[in-house]
Write a new protein. Structure first.
Length: 159
């Protein structure tokens, strides 16, 4: 599975590999929404992380490929998701950045799937700094690494 944005970032796109060629599959999402990262722990099960119109005040978006079709999965929080990594169908972790309207900060965020629901936590950075997380890898449910940028330069989040 590969994901991204359509022409002029108009709609999300997804393509699936059948062993010899890529085939476009309809990806959910409103206009101005695109998918940034995808992880498929099984051939028939994927999670894709996305964002809307560069607006961190919009709800977090995760789409799930299951049974040959996409569906939207509710994720608590607001912001953009950059990447997702799934070690199994019951364990995925996505990263990105959020917006905290009270103090105007942009903390990084981590959101975790337990097979039933997503839970979101903010990664503290200095006030007013864009602390976006930029990539994640979770080879198992007990070990994940994510990369981000902080006031003092790059940082690594580990679980």
């Amino acid at each position: 599975m590969a994901v991204g944005a359509g022409e002029n970032l108009s709609r999300p796109i997804a393509e699936i590999w059948n062993g010899s060629s890529w085939r476009r599959v309809t990806a959910p999402g409103p206009k101005g929404y695109w998918l940034n990262g995808v992880s498929c722990p099984r051939k028939t099960s994927c999670m894709a992380a996305g964002k809307q119109e560069n607006d961190l005040r919009k709800p977090l978006l995760i789409d799930r490929w299951h049974g040959g079709r996409w569906s939207r999965v509710r994720v608590p929080g607001r912001g953009d998701l950059t990447d997702v990594s799934c070690s199994s169908v019951d364990h995925c972790v996505a990263d990105g950045e959020s917006f905290v309207s009270g103090d105007g900060s942009y903390p990084g965020l981590i959101t975790t799937w337990d097979g039933m629901a997503w839970s979101t936590e903010l990664i503290a950075v200095e006030n007013g700094y864009d602390g976006a997380m930029g990539g994640i890898s979770c080879p198992s449910a007990s070990f994940c690494l994510a990369l981000g940028g902080g006031p003092s330069g790059p940082y690594v989040w580990r679980r």
